[in-house]
Design a protein around this ligand. Sequence first.
Ligand SMILES: NC(=O)c1ccc[n+]([C@@H]2O[C@H](COP(=O)([O-])OP(=O)(O)OC[C@H]3O[C@@H](n4cnc5c(N)ncnc54)[C@H](O)[C@@H]3O)[C@@H](O)[C@H]2O)c1
Ligand SMILES: O=C(O)C(=O)C[C@@H](O)[C@H](O)[C@H](O)COP(=O)(O)O
Ligand SMILES: [Zn+2]
Length: 356
Amino acid sequence: MTAVVTRIQVSGDRPYDVLVGRALEDELPALIEGAAQAAVLFSAPLRARAEQIAEAAGVPALLIEVPDAERGKTVEVAAMCWDKLGDNNFTRTDVVVGVGGGAVTDLAGFVAAGWLRGVRWVPCSTSLLGMVDAAVGGKTGVNIAAGKNLVGAFHPPAGVLCDLDALGTLPADDLLAGLAEVIKCGFIADPAILDLIEGDPAAVVDPESPVLRELVERAIRVKAEVVGVDLKESGLREILNYGHTLGHAIEKREKYTWKHGHAVSVGLIFASALSHLSGRLPVDVFERHRAILSLVGLPTSYAPEAWPELLSAMRVDKKARAATLRFVVLDELAKPGILAGPDEALLERAYAEVAR
Ligand SMILES: NC(=O)c1ccc[n+]([C@@H]2O[C@H](COP(=O)([O-])OP(=O)(O)OC[C@H]3O[C@@H](n4cnc5c(N)ncnc54)[C@H](O)[C@@H]3O)[C@@H](O)[C@H]2O)c1
Ligand SMILES: O=C(O)C(=O)C[C@@H](O)[C@H](O)[C@H](O)COP(=O)(O)O
Ligand SMILES: [Zn+2]
């Protein structure tokens, strides 16, 4: 039987496809046509897959190993990669390939965006979170001391490969992290996602299950529709940041040792509490957040004493405008909006829902 490949188009000035399927490495040569060489960025756990992808590229490939997870998402690591491209005479027709989870593909995209002011790149996503979110939409970047993803560029890829075979080796906790972004998509745009998870929570953590594939494709479609009309986050794209204002603050406080998806999970409780306590979101939808995130085993609470530090970290969130904090909230299921400048008492009451 021929394996089915699903192609989801992302529109925009330079449209591209997100491919979901199995054994997708043979799709790479078409995406990098005209390149004389490829730089394949990867971290240690993905060495074997990176070598396989480098082999399939059909052009000489420079393998560049970077530190794993958030340790690789730094300006210093990006500079190390640029030095290697320079040493190997990378020109504008050459291509950067990222093989890994969201951390490696965010870095690879940033390296590509900076090199010669922008060369082609292809994320070969290997984590659930990467497939449904990080590899799609052209947000690339690194973390700095002041906060998460504060330096980066919008630089859409030439195409995205989401090879479901990779999920077979993904640690269970990282699969869970990806589910947080899938659940986010359920609340902001596609409630069928929530029904699927609530209907069969065991299937959603089985890398072989058709339910997981359906969730991957649904979440990608949500993201593709949004970034296809608002690449640079001038409006609509902000909805993808639901749960992230507090989530990023937690990641910073934890010195990036918490998984992004776990921090977003706590952030979703906070954002839904803010939505409800500001009189916008009915209580049942608010409570559904805690229920579904707990059902799959994601965290829903965080340290009570952390609030002052988190509030200060949230002030450098990209959605803030001058001193005004802005949050993505829900008015009802699948109806996101913006809450600008909530008073501190309201923020504290929402945090009490997290700190319990
Ligand atoms: N650019 C965007 O739009 C966007 C969207 C969402 C998240 N992100 C970023 O993505 C990052 C999180 O991504 P993540 O959850 O994939 O974490 P990650 O990239 O840190 O990967 C988590 C761990 O899983 C390992 N791993 C990945 N795939 C594997 C596989 N198939 N087999 C074995 N091990 C594997 C990695 O080596 C790492 O140790 C964060 O930095 C976040 O800010 C970016
Ligand atoms: O693609 C987006 O836009 C998102 O907000 C998706 C988020 O899940 C993702 O974590 C993104 O990297 C956050 O972007 P940031 O601009 O807040 O750093
Ligand atoms: Zn995210």
